[in-house]
Design a protein around this ligand. Structure first.
Ligand SMILES: CC/C=C\C/C=C/C(=O)SCCNC(=O)CCNC(=O)[C@H](O)C(C)(C)COP(=O)(O)OP(=O)(O)OC[C@H]1O[C@@H](n2cnc3c(N)ncnc32)[C@H](O)[C@@H]1OP(=O)(O)O
Length: 725
């Protein structure tokens, strides 16, 4: 709702829809009613619009876009109504003015903001454009380059920047509402024509066409298959080419295209999924609603390899004092240097720089080889390399040294949390925190509870994720947890496709065209092939522990490809050695080119194993890689490793470069249709009966059999799972 109140000469309209004053139909109706009331009341000389609870508005109610009676065009006319008012209207912006919220403010004749307020037009991140005339008003106010930047990226800007851009007229440090009322009183009677943005010309840019061509090329490069940025661009370009009314018509057309595109639905699903996973629960009954986190006043990180360095950087950026520990002075000095380099770089990106991070202060960041300094920390993150014996040794030591309440986290991508916890005298305080590389950049934190992990430990790890500005997703303990477990069949299919006749660049291209940031072979070269090789040796799949006489392309009765092992045996570890699935300009190089040696090697390999080379089209590449990954997702859900498909989707979007505009793998499966996913898996598993990853999971079969229910209903079918599956 919006509350109307009349003070002296200034009427106040307060947007009220907790928690963020989203503009629902009811709010818009009340806003319109308030404006009409103010207009009709001769004692009212000016209007001030503000938001309840220190927030202007987070924009249109996102749920309204998928409601049967869509919010659609309701907002634009209200913004026009504000602008055409004969009495001055002042927006008092506190907290946030985003999307439709900022468009309401753009309709006002004056904007005054609190210094801590943030503004933006993030519709593009939801697959939309600022469809309440924002694409036409903003360029008129702040110019085309700045407007294009805000509208095509969706970034939120602070009030100080908004003032510089001319987006607001004034910023205040004290009471914004009082300042806005003062301003409203001051401007009573002043001409409103110059304050109506729709009447202003779009400021000229020298050589506008060349500027726009360049801007479009940049937008396209960054969009990677996402429609909204380009359509946002087109709407702003319309502002430069047409009068306001025509620009608005064009904006509406483009908005409708986006609204009915599957991409908007996927991106809005992703928005809510990210928030839904905060409400974690375990099959044992622990949940976010009853568990309270412990405070983390001081932390420690053990191991300053690639992961440890990123984790330390992340903690420093979150202002958590910490101890960074290495096993010896040589590694400590190497690690310290690398951490300092990362921190200097991060500080340069921040306002206030190194002083704000304060990382030269030993009270905030202390480097040591002395385990004793871990006595009074509240939380330890062990980040040594993936070796169970080593991790157990460290955890045994930690359980002797750390204070009783300290939370003991292990950064692992696959190892058994229960086994690590068994080395301690406090398994309830042991938890997996799977960071993604680079740990100070990647948003995902997979949080893995073991059999004994307490609800407090989970809540504390989730709180840590928030402090680190990461998305924490709570999952159960199994090999590879959620992300890597789903990745195994995907990568396996990619390698099988090479065996059968494809090429690394063809597979990567198909998946990158689908929208992945990076295909599986480029990714493998980046991460280093030796990582998987070591793990396969530990599992006895290759190397000296492989029993003599094991068939080259079979393990434990299932199809196996030794191709990645063979590459490692040739010293091809990826970028670090200058060659892997691709050739690089030098060791450590980043430019991948197809390698004739590898293509020749693949062809000889096929000859050796009697494999007939065949052409594999893009459709088969996508179906085999993606559907096997999705299939594993259904198995994970059925086992209760994750409490809903949103968890899997948030993990894939934030940790594995899954294109957000496709909503995550499980959402994507729902758009393809589960019967189709099932039929394809059945077809491929018949052709490859020795590949378990292609055999449809029982849960997928069940959902297809019950008529392909919507994703939000999937989990309700698990409790009814019958023996007929
Ligand atoms: C009408 C057609 C024409 C015009 C086009 C206009 C389009 C739009 O305006 S689209 C909306 C644009 N706005 C946004 O994208 C902002 C989205 N919100 C956020 O970025 C953040 O929520 C926030 C920065 C405003 C606040 O962040 P934080 O403090 O971390 O809180 P939460 O994110 O957890 O949000 C709290 C709660 O509010 C729900 N919510 C937030 N924004 C909206 C919204 N615009 N519509 C509906 N609901 C919203 C959010 O989902 C949380 O609730 P749940 O935990 O229950 O999910």
């Amino acid at each position: 709702m919006a509350q109307y109140a009349r003070g002296s000469a200034v009427a106040v309209i307060r947007l009220r829809n907790p928690p963020v004053n989203a503009l629902s139909r009811a709010v818009l109706q009340a806003l319109e009613d308030g404006l009409k009331k103010a207009d009709a009341d001769p004692s009212v000389k000016a209007v001030m619009i503000c938001g309840e609870n220190g927030k202007f508005s987070a924009g249109a109610d996102i749920r309204g876009f998928s409601a049967p009676k869509r919010l659609g065009g309701a907002l634009g006319p209200v913004v026009s109504l504000i602008e055409s008012s004969e009495k001055p209207v002042v927006a008092a912006i506190e907290g946030v003015a985003l999307g439709g919220g900022l468009e309401v403010a753009l309709g006002c004749h004056y904007r005054i903001a609190h210094v801590k307020a943030r503004m933006g037009l993030p519709e593009v991140t939801l697959g939309l454009l600022p469809g309440a005339e924002g694409t036409q008003r903003l360029p008129r106010l702040i110019g085309v380059p700045a407007a294009l930047d805000m509208i095509t990226t969706g970034k939120h800007i602070p009030a100080t920047e908004a003032l510089k851009l001319g987006l607001v007229d004034e910023i205040v440090e004290e009471n914004t509402i009082e300042a806005a009322i003062r301003l409203a009183n001051k401007v009573i009677g002043q001409p409103l024509g110059p304050r109506r943005l729709s009447l202003k010309p779009v400021p000229k840019v020298p050589n506008m066409e060349a500027f726009l061509d360049e801007a479009l090329a940049k937008v396209k490069r960054q969009a990677r298959g996402c429609l909204a940025p380009e359509l946002c661009f087109q709407a702003v370009r319309a502002a430069t080419q047409s009068p306001f009314a025509d620009g608005v018509r064009r904006e509406r057309e483009l908005f409708q295209v986006l609204l009915s595109s599957g991409q908007a639905q996927a991106l809005q699903y992703a928005f809510f999924a990210e928030r839904a996973v905060r409400r974690w629960a375990t099959p044992g009954g622990a949940s976010w609603s009853s568990a309270a986190p412990q405070p983390v006043r001081r932390a420690a990180v053990i191991g300053l390899g690639t992961m440890g360095r990123g984790i330390v950087t992340s903690l420093v950026k979150a202002n958590i004092p910490l101890v960074a520990l290495e096993q010896d002075l040589e590694n400590l000095n190497k690690g310290r240097k690398a951490v300092m380099f990362l921190l200097e770089r991060e500080a340069m990106k921040m306002e206030g720089g190194a002083q704000v991070l304060d990382f030269h202060n030993p009270a905030r960041l202390q480097f040591t080889v002395d385990f004793d300094l871990l006595r009074d920390v509240d939380l330890v993150i062990e980040a040594v390399f993936e070796n169970m014996a080593l991790k157990k040794e460290i955890f045994h030591k930690l359980s002797k040294i750390c204070k009783p309440g300290a939370l003991l986290c292990t950064n692992t991508s696959a190892l058994n949390i229960d086994e690590i916890a068994s080395a301690t005298n406090r398994p309830q305080q042991v938890i997996g925190t799977h960071f993604f590389s680079p740990a100070h950049v990647m948003r995902l934190l997979e949080i893995i509870y073991g059999r004994h992990t307490s609800p407090t430990a989970i809540a504390t790890a989730m709180q840590l994720a928030t402090a680190l500005k990461k998305v924490g997703v709570v999952v159960g303990n199994c090999f590879g947890f959620v992300g890597n477990r789903m990745m195994f069949p995907y990568v396996q299919q990619a390698v099988f496709l090479l065996e059968e006749g494809s090429r690394p660049d063809a597979v990567d291209q198909a998946l990158e065209d689908f929208g992945f940031k990076i295909g599986p072979f480029r990714m493998s070269d980046l991460a280093g092939l030796d990582v998987g090789w070591r793990s396969r040796k530990d599992q006895g799949l290759t190397g000296p522990s492989l029993p003599a006489g094991t068939p080259a392309r079979q393990r434990r009765g299932q199809r196996y490809s030794p191709l990645p092992d063979l590459l490692c045996e040739h010293g091809r570890f990826g970028q670090k050695t200058g060659k892997g699935w691709y050739l690089y300009e030098k060791a450590g190089g980043r430019t991948a080119t197809p390698d004739p040696w590898l293509l020749n090697f693949l062809s000889q390999y096929r000859d050796t194993h009697g494999i007939q080379t065949r052409f594999i089209d893009q459709e088969e590449i996508l179906e085999r890689c993606l559907f096997s990954l999705i299939n594993e997702g259904f198995a994970i859900l059925a086992e209760g490793i994750a409490s809903g498909p949103e968890h899997l989707d948030v993990i894939y979007i934030n940790g594995y470069g899954w294109p957000k505009h496709r909503g995550g793998p499980m959402f994507y499966a729902s758009t393809v249709g589960l019967p189709r996913v099932l039929a394809k898996l059945q077809k491929y598993s018949e052709a490859h009966p020795d590949v378990p990853g292609l055999q449809p999971s029982a849960f997928l079969k069940k959902l297809a059999a019950v008529g392909n229910p919507p994703l939000k209903e999937w989990m309700s079918y698990l409790s009814q799972q019958s023996s007929k599956l």
